[in-house]
Ligand binder design. Structure first.
Ligand SMILES: Nc1ncnc2c1ncn2[C@@H]1O[C@H](COP(=O)(O)OP(=O)(O)OP(=O)(O)O)[C@@H](O)[C@H]1O
Length: 256
């Protein structure tokens, strides 16, 4: 049995506002080290909230979150910021590269915060550039990149400090299908070779079919969960079957 990297026990998240909203309701969730997991559900079902609670960006109202054996709630603000920076890599739909910096400088940025020796930084960047097929374009700036190259750079930036867990929120949401495929194959490859755990929120059943497991949530509660045990195409069909049971707006299912 693999080590558990994330454990959520009966997690409830209530947003207090003019109208109180229960975004997660008594949700249990576990991720083992090395898993590649997709989180799916209709718009507003709590997917981003779940990712934010796992990444410690947000704290649950009730329930317990344990990441790599630690309870983030027990840490003070500085400790929490460090914990997050050392353990997590983030990939978002909006790629957010720094326009003034080259691909190489964007990738290396998180390491400069930790004051790593230059030789070590160069070693890591050149290894990543190889893995991410960015070798030829390390000196380009973000406005000279395709969408796929830009997102691969962002994946590089998320990986450079060797995080235990990659948290991705719609990483292919703004990409054409060819670039999306490149990024998904890359995430799969990183997951297989480095055993980095990846948790990815997606509306896209094709993206989800690259994962080992898909967790479906509805109204902030567990709805279903399926594991890949066969070819990606058959897994894709099973994902579509659950999505049709889940209901919601068909416009939520982009790229179908
Ligand atoms: N800061 C907030 N204050 C109040 N309500 C919020 C806040 N953030 C999210 N919500 C509400 O909580 C619910 C869950 O939001 P969340 O963003 O987690 O859903 P989601 O499944 O990621 O949606 P989408 O697929 O549209 O991105 C929604 O009804 C949303 O309106």
């Amino acid at each position: 049995m693999e080590k558990k990297i994330v454990e959520l026990k009966q997690v409830t998240k209530i947003y207090e506002g003019k109208v109180m909203h229960r975004a997660l309701n008594r949700l249990d969730f576990e991720a083992e080290a090395g898993e590649f997991i997709a989180i799916m559900g209709p718009s507003g079902s709590g997917k981003t909230t779940l990712l934010n609670v796992i990444s410690t960006i947000d704290m649950p109202t009730y329930g317990q979150v344990i990441v790599d054996g630690m309870e983030p709630e027990a840490l003070n603000a500085n400790e929490l910021a460090l914990f997050r920076r050392h353990n997590f890599g983030f990939v978002f739909q909006d790629i957010n590269l720094l326009q003034m910096l080259t691909v190489e400088e964007n990738i290396v940025l998180p390491l400069t915060l930790d004051g790593l020796p230059i030789m070590e930084m160069q070693k890591r960047v050149s290894r990543l550039a190889e893995q991410l097929s960015l070798k030829e374009i390390l000196n380009r700036r973000p406005d000279e990149l395709s969408g796929g190259q830009a997102q691969r750079t962002a994946v590089g930036r998320a990986l450079v400090h060797k995080p235990k867990l990659i948290l991705a929120d719609e990483p292919t949401g703004n990409l054409d299908s060819k670039s999306a495929k490149e990024v998904l194959e890359l995430l799969s490859h990183i997951n297989e070779t480095e055993r980095t755990t990846i948790i990815m929120v997606t509306h896209d059943p094709i993206a989800a079919s690259y994962c080992d497991r898909v967790l479906f949530i509805k109204d902030g509660e567990f709805f279903n969960e399926i594991y890949k045990d066969e070819r990606r195409q058959t897994f894709f069909q099973r994902i579509l079957n659950v999505l049709s049971l889940l209901g919601g707006n068909v416009h939520d299912l982009r790229m179908l």
